[in-house]
Ligand binder design. Structure first.
Ligand code: SAH
Ligand code: SF4
Ligand code: F3S
Length: 465
């Protein structure tokens, strides 16, 4: 029997993607097979997130829960990867001495060796270095069946009624890390500076997936629009170029990306919305706050007016685009007036489904030193108001879709009702509808017949050959 691997993933799509790669390297390098049951695992990996304090604490409580499994199986190895590992390194072993391997997002390709070294020496192994883009040169080629995609992979929006497992669509990482150093954020420290994968490598991965039947790709990275990929003749290409090149590939019908930064939203990129219909009418463009004072304190490097100008120019060429965002409520020094400015921006732009959280102090970041005297109850009340308003806008978008016919990529069976299919619209909404399994992985025309809060139901109009 092949040894069994259990992976628990926290955090963003980058981590979801990396978990797929961990499974790939351990299959290729150690003959391991994935399991959904930690009790039968020979190796348990936690791919962790430290974006907010709560996410980090969850890792340690979940680790404590698998600890007893070691008593039952003395050969079991426990590994911690991802952003908490990157930030804490060997300190993890102090808090959880039963952990065997600590590895970072950039060293996951060394997992077979790290696990082996641990077995050979009986000592814990720690490798959280940043050997730049080396990882990609040591990963097996993308294999669709091995991706085990989840709804998390489908953009920032994971709280909807996605399919149980997505088919016909896959993600390709195009760059790693972040060099923006927003004052509240750990990502530049946990993932390192921005490094883009070479242009031909990205194209090869996409082509490989097309060969396996993929019709839609999601280009992934912490700031995809900062992409600057080397070409074989020593030149570099930008994100706008990459998007057009991928869209030009035969077999690719739909193109998504996440996540992007307003300061990298060039006119070139905006023009792609006019020239490239395969690029979906959904844009996740985090704004965080609607107050210039707070944006400056966050070091976002753009103003509210600049953000609105980007949206206005994109809507000029794509009137139907759905914009989603991330918001941080209660940043140090946020006044009632600052918060009202955020509410005003939300009303002016009109967002769909967005992510909003209370500010969480992250040790080692500049914002951790800022004076934060707003009481928690005040912050929580602001968050509630913001979320209620966004929810209204979300429902408005859904209501506007009622009665329309949408082209959906049928990704699998509905999570809620296994008798039904789940498809994703251009604007990243999941629609559940009755259909046959043969439609999975293909496009279909679906009429939206029902909106329950922001969840859509529909019926098949036609199924393209
Ligand atoms: N690179 C992306 C976002 C990546 S992190 C961008 O800049 O747009 C995802 C989201 O987590 C951020 O957009 C932000 O809203 C949130 N976040 C990051 N650090 C946070 C913190 N310390 N407290 C609360 N939310 C945070
Ligand atoms: Fe974090 Fe800012 Fe980088 Fe986004 S751009 S990952 S919020 S530092
Ligand atoms: Fe979390 Fe790291 Fe992603 S901190 S959000 S897993 S980049």
């Amino acid at each position: 029997m092949p040894p069994k691997l259990y992976i628990k993933t926290f955090g963003c799509q980058m981590n979801e993607y990396d978990s797929g790669k961990m499974a790939d390297v351990l299959r290729a390098g150690a003959g391991m097979e994935q399991t959904d049951n930690p009790e039968e695992a020979d190796v348990i990996l936690f791919n962790t997130c430290s974006i907010r304090e709560k996410a980090e604490e969850k890792v340690f409580s979940d680790l404590g829960r698998v600890r007893p499994l070691k008593a039952a199986n003395p050969d079991l190895l426990i590994g911690v990867g991802g952003c908490v590992a990157s930030q804490e390194g060997a300190l993890i072993l102090q808090r959880a001495p039963y952990v065997d391997v600590v590895f970072g997002p950039q060293t996951l390709h060394r997992l077979p060796q790290l696990l082996q070294a641990c077995r050979d020496t009986g000592r814990p192994q720690v490798d959280i270095s940043f050997p730049e883009i080396e990882k990609f040169d040591h990963l097996p080629a993308p294999v669709l069946g091995h991706l085990r995609p989840s709804t998390m992979l489908r953009g920032a929006l994971s709280k909807d009624e996605g399919p149980q497992a997505a088919t016909g669509t896959a993600s390709v990482s195009i760059m790693e890390g972040c060099s923006k150093y927003c004052t509240y954020c750990v990502v530049p420290y946990t993932r390192g500076e921005e490094v883009s994968r070479p242009f031909v490598d990205v194209m090869r991965d996409v082509q490989e997936l097309v060969g396996q039947g993929v019709k839609e790709v999601m280009l992934l990275g912490q700031n995809v629009n900062a992409y600057c990929g080397a070409t074989e003749d020593g030149d570099t290409v930008d994100f706008a170029f990459l998007l057009q090149a991928v869209a030009a590939l035969e077999g690719i019908d739909r193109l998504r990306y996440t996540t992007s930064h307003p300061m990298e939203m060039t006119q070139n990129l905006i023009d792609v919305y006019a020239s490239t219909p395969k690029l979906v009418s959904h844009l996740h463009l985090p704004v965080q706050s609607g107050s210039d004072r707070i944006l400056a304190a966050m070091k976002r490097r753009h103003t509210v007016l600049e953000y609105k100008s980007i949206i206005r120019r994109i809507r000029a060429v794509r009137p139907d685009i759905c914009v989603t965002s991330d918001f941080i409520v209660g940043f140090p020094g946020e006044t009632e007036q600052d918060f009202e400015a955020t509410m005003k921006l939300i009303d002016e732009v009109g967002f769909d489904n967005s992510f909003s959280y209370l500010y969480s102090t992250r040790p080692g970041t500049p914002a951790a030193e800022m004076r934060d005297d707003t009481p928690h109850e005040v912050k929580a009340a602001r968050l509630k108001r913001l979320q209620d308003r966004i929810m209204e806008q979300e429902e408005g978008v859904a209501q506007a879709m009622l009665g329309t016919v949408q082209r959906v990529l049928v990704e699998g069976f509905s999570k809620k009702n296994a008798q039904e299919l789940a498809g994703r619209t251009d604007n990243n909404r999941v629609v559940n509808f009755p259909g046959t399994p043969g439609m999975i992985g293909r496009f279909a025309e679906v009429k939206i017949t029902q909106v329950v809060r922001h969840t859509l139901r529909g019926e098949l109009v036609s199924e393209p050959a």
